[in-house]
Design a protein around this ligand. Sequence first.
Ligand code: ATP
Ligand code: MG
Length: 195
Amino acid sequence: MRDISLHILDLAQNSVAAQAKRVGIYLEMDKTRDILTLVIDDDGRGMSREFAQKVLSPFTTTRTTRKVGLGLPMMLERARAAEGDLTIESEPGKGTRVVITMRLSHIDRPPLGDLDGTLLTLILMAGDDLNYTVRFTGIGDPFELDTSQVRAVLDGVPLSDPDAIAWLKEALAEAAAPYLAIDSQATDLIREDNT
Ligand SMILES: Nc1ncnc2c1ncn2[C@@H]1O[C@H](COP(=O)(O)OP(=O)(O)OP(=O)(O)O)[C@@H](O)[C@H]1O
Ligand SMILES: [Mg+2]
C-alpha cells in the first residue's frame, strides 16, 4: 500500500508543477478525535472551481505525456477508505489548498512511511526560489520548520551544505519521531483487534 509520505511527495510535486514559490505541508494527529489531517497549501497558479471539481475524477489532467492524472483521485480513494475525505480549495493566480482527513486508527489508513526522509528530499530538491513550511501539530509541542528562515540563518550557505543537511535531517527526524510512534501504535492496536 502506498504510504502517506508518497502521497505527500505527489501533492508537493503538483504544487511545484504549478510554479509555487511556497509550499506548506501540515500534519496534524488528533488522538482524542481520532483524526489525522494532512494539508498541502501552495501559492501556485491555482485552478478554476470547475477544474478543481473535475480534477478528482481520474480523467482530468493538464499533462500532455499521459491522459490520466492519478495523484489526487488515488489520494481521495485512500482517504475515503479510512473514513476520511479530500477537498480542494483553489483560486486561479492565488494558490491551492488540499485538505485530507482520515481516521487515525482506521485499519485502512496508510502508514506515514518515511515522513522525515521524504520531507528532507523535497526540501533538498527545491530550487533557491522555492520554500517549504513544514508543521506537525497534535502531539506535544507544535513543530514548525520554514526553509526561508533556515536560509536566512545560513546567510548564503546553501541548504545542500553538508552541515545544513545534517541539521535539517536531525531536526526533521526528531520532530517526526513522536508522530511515527503514534502511527505504529495505531497499527499495533489494529493488529491486536484482529488477532
Ligand atoms: N497544487 C496544484 N495547483 C494547481 N493545479 C493543480 C494542483 N494539483 C493538481 N493540479 C491540477 O490537477 C491535475 C491533476 O492532478 P493529479 O495529481 O491528480 O494528476 P497529475 O499530477 O496530472 O498526474 P500524476 O499525479 O498522476 O502524475 C494536474 O494535472 C493539475 O492540472
Ligand atoms: Mg500529481
